[in-house]
Write a protein that binds this ligand. Structure first.
Ligand code: ADP
Ligand code: MG
Length: 444
């Protein structure tokens, strides 16, 4: 995390490599006491005052952004660190844990999960499993792209079950953790470490393994998973899995395992639509007591479409800014703060093809009609407008315009362009019509 924080400061503030190596790389986190994060400056006094002047704010913002916690920060020298050490032992922040040791993130509950068209099915499947573990669908297999809420839903199930029946044994692990434990128990090589592993995983009521795709290619893990699965399944214990893809796309996974994934219910989570993205942003802003206007939420929702984690990241960034600077977030600030996250859609290149398409769409006539010989005015006029716009918005030669519009000759094109130019000058309606179409072709 610390490196990530330093690197964020480096890129966001365009700090040169040499400055970075001199001032920032030597910094270390000494510890956290209450809400204060002590940063150890391992060299003399001058560096400390310089660093705290120059990097205090950037570091504070980056820390808030990445950890989600607004720490006070204080730079200290090694001597001070020694004293601090003897007076107050710094606490390391503890990972959020549930009422038991199941490692559930307290924020990932059904209450905080926004339901939309993209996840309605998965959410209801998850709830059904939470209400009657082992009975509704077993296993429940949730799949979808990164940052779409798989882990959130999985934890929600865990919380729900533990709230209903606090003595239920629920285990949540990532597939890496599971793999590491398999390897560890094999490495120890004695029967008791294997028994310990099996006791842990085969005597649970609910087993949740996140990102199961990572067991692909790991033979002993697959083997152990297979036996764990069978043991739990026969006892009617609930198994919940998530993955980035459906079982049938996990080509290199052993068949006997893949088929087990398909035994229960498979539910996918897709990309949220606009309404859902807005609802997620609103809910998050509300729970953070963040007063931000809809125009800005709208800007975020329109620009970040395929990943809820990134959507939240953008909002967090503005929240961090707001907490530090205490001014209302305006559109200008939002655009500036989010420019690294949001890369605006590249403006479309203006080609005669694009112009012809937009014009025909605007007048609801087909491309065929545009290039046809038909000279009735409701088709000839749009065609002439297309000629005029091609002349005005691109620098392609008239002959090319002619051939794109059904092989018309030079003089026909000149005539069309002249006619529309005159109307543009004399007729307000034509003028605003042309401007409207221009905007459609080039929104910027
Ligand atoms: P995944 O496991 O699919 O990669 P996560 O469950 O970690 O994604 O979700 C990423 C972030 O987005 C989390 O902070 C999560 O709370 C949030 N999130 C995703 N979907 C929703 C949703 N429908 N409602 C509220 N928050 C969501
Ligand atoms: Mg996840």
């Amino acid at each position: 995390k610390w490196n990530e924080i330093l690197n964020t400061v480096k890129t966001e503030h365009e700090i040169s490599d040499v400055s970075f190596d001199t001032w920032m790389r030597p910094l270390e986190v000494f510890g956290i006491v209450d809400n204060k994060l002590y940063i150890l400056v391992p060299s003399e006094q001058m560096a400390l005052s310089y660093i705290s002047k120059k990097y205090y704010l950037p570091l504070k913002v980056a820390i808030a952004e990445i950890t989600g916690i607004e720490y006070e920060i204080e730079f200290i020298l090694p001597e001070q660190a020694k004293k601090l050490h003897t007076t107050k032992a710094p606490k390391t922040p503890s990972a959020p844990v549930g009422s038991d040791n199941s490692n559930l993130n307290p924020n990932y509950t059904f209450e905080t999960f926004v339901v939309g068209n993209n996840n309605r099915f998965a959410q209801s499947a998850a709830l059904a499993v939470a209400e009657s573990p082992g009975e509704a669908y077993n296993p429940l297999y949730i799949y979808g792209g990164p940052g779409l809420g798989k882990t959130h839903l999985m934890h929600s199930i865990g919380h729900f079950i533990l709230e209903q029946k606090p003595d239920t044994k629920v285990i949540y692990v990532t597939s890496e953790e599971f793999t590491n434990e398999v390897i560890e128990s094999i490495r120890n090589g004695n029967a008791s470490s294997m028994t310990k592993f099996r006791d842990k995983y085969r005597k649970v009521d609910v087993l949740m393994i996140d990102d199961i795709q990572f067991i692909i290619g790991k033979e002993s893990t697959q083997e152990e998973f297979f036996h764990t699965f069978n043991a739990l399944q026969t006892q009617g214990k609930q198994i919940i899995l998530t993955s980035d893809k459906p079982p049938k796309e996990m080509e290199t996974l052993e068949e006997r395992i893949r088929s087990r994934f398909e035994w229960g219910l498979m539910a996918d989570i897709g990309v949220p639509d606009y309404e859902t993205r807005m609802a997620i942003l609103r809910k998050k802003a509300e729970s953070d007591n963040f007063n931000i206007n809809d125009e800005i939420l709208n800007y975020i929702a329109n620009n970040i479409k395929s990943n809820v984690r990134e959507l939240e990241g953008a909002l967090n960034k503005l929240l961090a800014y707001n907490n530090l600077v205490h001014t209302e977030i305006t559109m200008d600030i939002a655009q500036k703060e989010l420019q690294n996250i949001i890369t605006p859609d590249k403006p479309k290149e203006i080609t005669p093809q694009l112009i012809i398409e937009v014009v025909s769409e605007h007048f609801q006539i087909s491309l065929d009609q545009m290039i046809s010989k038909n000279r009735s005015s409701d088709i000839a006029k749009p065609r002439q407008i297309a000629m005029y716009l091609c002349k005005n918005m691109t620098d392609i030669p008239l002959d090319t315009i002619g051939s794109l519009l059904g092989g018309r000759d030079h003089s026909t094109i000149i005539h069309g362009i002249k006619k529309i130019s005159e109307e543009y000058e004399t007729n307000e309606t034509t003028k605003s019509l042309i401007e409207t179409i221009k905007k459609k072709i080039n929104p910027n």
